[in-house]
Ligand binder design. Structure first.
Ligand code: ZN
Length: 121
């Protein structure tokens, strides 16, 4: 019998389909709705044409993951308030803008937009 890990994946197996990708996430994480949205990343970035939906400036696909201009996926209604991981609730946002708006969405988009445009100009 071939060796499989806890989630039914063989060692070194490529994760190709969405089903496989969600199986690769531990059930405890999947239940909390964390990180499963990452499977929509390419679709959302493509749909938004890499334009940050908070400040409307383009994100930089070649930026490092720690760079302010790195394109991230933001939940429009945060998971903490019952938002889901479907593309309709996801949007492209600079790492900077995503952090500034925050998980709870306590800072409004317009405030962040003004600050970001100064920062990135
Ligand atoms: Zn932005």
């Amino acid at each position: 019998m071939p060796w499989r890990d806890l989630y039914g994946n063989r060692p070194g197996q490529l994760i190709e389909s969405h089903d496989d990708a969600s199986r690769a996430v531990p059930p405890s994480v999947r239940q909390r709705g964390l990180r499963t949205y990452s499977r929509h990343r390419e679709h959302v970035l493509d749909r938004d044409k890499y334009i940050c939906q908070i400040c409307w400036l383009p994100a930089d696909p070649s930026a490092k993951q720690t760079d302010d201009r790195y394109p991230t996926i933001d939940h429009i209604l945060s998971v903490a308030f019952g938002g889901d991981d479907e593309p309709d609730n996801l949007r492209t946002a600079h790492l900077w803008c995503n952090v500034m708006v925050g998980d709870a969405g306590l800072v409004n988009d317009e405030l962040v937009r003004t600050g970001t445009r100064k920062r990135f100009s």
